[in-house]
Write a protein that binds this ligand. Sequence first.
Ligand SMILES: [Zn+2]
Length: 342
Amino acid sequence: MARRRGRELVGRVITAFLVTVSLSVVCVGEGARRPACASARGELTVADLPAGSSVLDCLAVGRVVTHAGAGVAVPEPGTTVSVDALTADGSAHGFTLKVAADGTVSYAFEADDTDHTDRADHAGGTHPADRAEAAARARADAPAPCADGAYSTAGRKVYGTYKWFIGDDPLPGHLSREEARRAFEDAIATITTSRNDCGYDDTVRAKARYLSTTGNEAGIDQEARCTHRDGLSVWDAGDIGSEVVATTCSWSRPMRGHPEQLLEADVRFNTQDFPFTNRPSGGCTHAYDIRSVATHEAGHVFGLGHSGAGHENLTMYANSFACSTDARTLGKGDVLGLRSLY
Ligand SMILES: [Zn+2]
């Protein structure tokens, strides 16, 4: 049940990124062939719906499962759902819940392996601003983007063309629909053409196409939890919790012997708690660059995971740095990750 795809191609061992929880079927006494699950109504924790339990036995489909501040609604059997949050301080909030065709549950958790907490403690506090400052220092110590080959993949990819919509909600940076379309298209194209300043040719064969605006919304709630799959991949904006700058929710299905097939990926920007801009200037103090954030989220859409602590200068690092446009182009690891999938 390996869900681990982390790899490091520059000769250094990357910190374990996805902690795979192995599926263990516990036999305790006669008849008890699966781990017990909570049958009460309402939200579940991972402990309530442990790996190896059945969403059918537990009547869990549609109920939210939470872990370490992240959450997903349990999908139908034969479906996998992943939540990836981009935070203000680089702390990782993400996990994957896979429901096998027979209803059996398994998880892959993103380890929060950043050391921002220690650094923030040394800096005298754990206030978000202190943590952001600590993350910026870590970034200064990290390898340059073209010298850092670290990447991870999420075990899924886009087969064919990623067809996406823009929602009706207010858009980041008060952009018009047309401006947002251009910004998002540009960001998605950076992923599909592996655009970089490192001199790497584009060998990535990935495709995307914008379809239209829609009254549908991204299936992401006010706590950045993946709620429902409606069949449309929607990019929009809203309130997704105070520490999350943007979130991608991806649903996929298994492909025997290959990465899972993306079914839908929704992206939401947190315009409730963070300012965004399409043109960071010298006067920028704390707004997030829309194209940088969108490029990172598009990386998730196309199957990239986070690069992990020590790799702060890659687009797929879990923090988008305010006022920075660096993530608009890819680093070495981002390109290598895409090449591994496409
Ligand atoms: Zn992310």
